[in-house]
Design a protein around this ligand. Sequence first.
Ligand SMILES: CC(C)(COP(=O)(O)OP(=O)(O)OC[C@H]1O[C@@H](n2cnc3c(N)ncnc32)[C@H](O)[C@@H]1OP(=O)(O)O)[C@@H](O)C(=O)NCCC(=O)NCCS
Length: 265
Amino acid sequence: MLGVQEWLVRRAQRNQHSPEMRRGAAGKTRLLVRECEPRDEPEVRRIFIEGMMEMIEDTAIRGLPHHPDSLLLYGALTVACLWLSSSWWMLVLVPMAVLIARFWFSHQAVHRFTKHYLRTDMADIQGSYINTQGSCLWVAEVEGAVVGHVSAVQISDHTVELQRMSVDLGHRHRGVAVALGRRFVKFAQSSGFSKAIVGTTDYRPASHKLYLSLGFRWVSVTNGYRHVREPDGPSLLDRVFYHVSYHHYEMELLPENNADGKELF
Ligand SMILES: CC(C)(COP(=O)(O)OP(=O)(O)OC[C@H]1O[C@@H](n2cnc3c(N)ncnc32)[C@H](O)[C@@H]1OP(=O)(O)O)[C@@H](O)C(=O)NCCC(=O)NCCS
């Protein structure tokens, strides 16, 4: 890791040469990746909240086939209700009730996590990221509008974590997340970290493809959402209806070469 002095000098140099720009595929749209400024914060929080809310449907619906133990439990519940009531309606009613419960518990959990972040790091982006050594938060800007963000958080002397990756729904599939991710990798390398990590509970392919294309490799999967530890742990009903897998990715950082061998902007 860099010393404080060296870090301050590098930050000043970085700000002189920023922002980074590139032309979009059509040659018209300018995508700018730069450090978050105080005026960007409301938009960053909006994009962050909307991205978090997408987790509700993702975990309630797309997550279902990924948890055979939950499917087995719901199946057993349906059979038990059928047996106890002797009504074929149970074959429709119980799965419907399970889906509603999955939406409800996902909704509750995601809102809890979102509120937690909005009260902590996202309440003071400048303090949490911009003025903290080893951390940063960048925004992607298109035609003057903030359309995405990503952050870096120092985990140890050697390790930095990619967090808060989110792109506005109307600007997806245009390489905005790749540009943000490359900015993170560049920062991680130039700050002297030797390892970058990232994790996701996403069941959609987008974030997994994104991290692999940035040069991360999949390491392991664990149960539960890692970032917010609840004092009493999840309730029994939470465990039954809000069951997520947390995928861990990491990347060894090479100080000289870019992680994916491509030009970084
Ligand atoms: C994940 C997310 C950041 C991707 O943003 P994006 O700007 O659309 O992504 P990009 O256009 O830069 O594409 C990144 C990679 O994902 C792939 N991808 C993007 N959307 C995809 C989709 N819907 N299905 C499959 N692959 C997709 C792209 O092909 C690209 O892979 P490649 O480089 O191998 O071609 C965005 O979907 C998002 O903000 N989601 C909500 C918040 C979230 O889930 N954040 C991640 C939490 S860990």
